[in-house]
Design a binder for this molecule. Structure first.
Ligand code: UDP
Length: 450
């Protein structure tokens, strides 16, 4: 397994590997133009767009193929110089769930192949597929175009199924098989963390020499600590967002589904009230995001839970936030909680820390990398609300400890950037292209012997 450590913003030609001129990025089930934090749009959408921008700045054009889901958008949208989103017609614009999309993969693949066929030969140097549905498309396109396929899984069904929330639906066998096929076919696999790399090798039988760890990043210009006095900035942010200005505030930010476990936070507040009613009266929770996945089955479940536990007055709900409001929300919170059962990385944890807000996270998956335990936040083992209440109850009243963790959080986040991610990917792309060319050359030499 290779770990990518490279400098920022290198110019064309400075890497020892060939650099693609143009790549096709595949994102079948969700568009980077969608608002993240609800439905199927989350960290992967942010990742694809942020990386595409940085690649384009490094002279690599990126065309992102995604399924058309709105009649309002043109077939091709330029989102930044050198970055285009292409909408592929595959099934109806509305009404299809992610689980129904395998039935549209043939139509989607045809759309991708036809778009390429309309271009001069050799238009794309490489394909990068995201999530297993895109990997299925990339696998066929790579054979047709004679270019390498780089694949990022983002989540893995076998891992997800091993860490399901109580009552959550397991991922179907068809997805597991589909993922295994893509792992076997891809020229290179990109893992967000070493944990994911180990899972690819251990659970999916990936060739370790083809797996590279490239960590995701964070936009440090957008997500940064408020300037000036932190307490004053916190109050100002709360006023802007319509949140209570007094007391402690813990934020959950992300797609609302059982896997992300926002219920653990609400249950923890109820457990805190039972342990320390005086402190609990001072603690509020804000849940920001929209329903997603199996969370769509009962979109009001969290409101009902808070009411049934008698903490409805402590819990505030916000719709998905965009642009400047998300950094404000992180700045408004004393702590950000990420209680997920599984998280391939956890961009929210990184963004919060970049804003100087410590994170209390479950010690699972990529969160172990995204949060430095006791330095930038606290990792909690398991999902017992009593354990979460104990951790929150210890941290929230301790202003000194929170200030220490805040400094550690901002410092830890500075280890990550999208430039660094794009640079790591360029190395993987270069290796994949070089290996592909070497294989073609040896095949050609072999055929000449006859
Ligand atoms: N997000 C957002 N607005 C919201 C909630 C979330 O833009 O209201 C974004 C957030 O900034 C982050 C992404 O959605 O970049 C969620 O990524 P994460 O890796 O935390 O979780 P995922 O959705 O991939 O499971």
């Amino acid at each position: 397994m290779a770990e990518m450590h490279s400098g920022v913003g290198r110019q064309r030609g400075s890497l020892p590997w060939p650099r693609p001129r143009r790549i096709a990025t595949l994102s079948v089930h969700t568009s980077p133009l969608h608002q993240p934090g609800t439905g199927d749009a989350g960290g992967m959408n942010v990742y694809i767009l942020e990386v595409a921008r940085r690649l384009a700045e490094a002279d690599v054009e990126v065309e992102i193929f995604t399924r058309a889901t709105s009649g309002d958008l043109p077939p091709v949208v330029e989102v930044a110089p050198g970055v285009h989103v292409r909408h592929v017609m595959a099934g109806p614009l509305e009404g299809l769930t992610k689980e129904e999309l395998p039935g549209q993969l043939c139509a989607f693949t045809a759309g991708v192949l036809r778009a390429e066929a309309a271009r001069p030969p050799g238009h794309y140097d490489l394909i990068h597929s995201h999530y297993w549905l895109s990997g299925q498309v990339g696998w066929l396109a790579k054979d047709r175009w004679g270019v390498p396929l780089v694949h990022t899984a983002h989540t893995l069904a076998k891992v997800k199924n091993a860490q399901l929330a109580a009552g959550d639906r397991p991922e179907p066998k068809a997805r597991v098989i589909g993922e295994e096929q893509v792992v076997a076919e891809a020229d290179r696999l990109v893992a967000n963390t070493r944990v994911e790399a180990r899972d690819l090798v251990g659970r999916y039988d990936a060739d370790p020499t083809l797996v590279a760890v490239v960590e995701p990043g964070v936009d440090l210009d957008r997500f940064r600590p408020a300037s000036g006095d932190r307490d004053a900035a916190t109050t100002a942010a709360r006023v802007r967002l319509g949140l209570p200005t007094r007391g402690h505030l813990v934020a959950f930010v992300g797609r609302i589904q059982p896997l992300k476990a926002p219920d653990v936070l609400i249950r923890a507040i109820a457990a805190l009230r039972d342990r320390d009613p005086v402190l609990a009266r001072e603690v509020g929770v804000v849940i920001c995001g929209g329903p997603s996945g199996t969370g769509l089955d009962r979109p009001t479940a969290l409101i009902e839970l808070a009411a049934s536990l008698g903490v409805a007055d402590r819990v505030h709900f916000l719709p998905p936030q965009t642009g400047t409001d998300l950094p404000l929300l992180y700045q408004a919170a004393d702590l950000v909680a990420v209680p997920s059962y599984n998280e391939s990385f956890g961009l929210v944890a990184l963004e919060a820390q970049a804003c100087g807000t410590p994170v209390v996270a479950a010690a699972v998956g990529g969160l172990v990398t995204a949060v430095r335990d006791q330095v930038s936040g606290v990792l909690v083992r398991g999902h017992d609300p009593v354990d979460w209440a104990r951790t929150l109850g210890r941290l929230l009243p301790d202003r000194g400890r929170l200030a220490e963790l805040s400094v550690g959080a901002a410092r830890h986040a500075r280890n990550f950037s999208w430039h660094r991610t794009a640079d790591g990917l360029l190395t993987v792309y270069g290796e994949a292209i070089a290996a592909h060319r070497a294989r073609l050359t040896s095949e050609l030499a072999g055929s000449r012997c006859w």
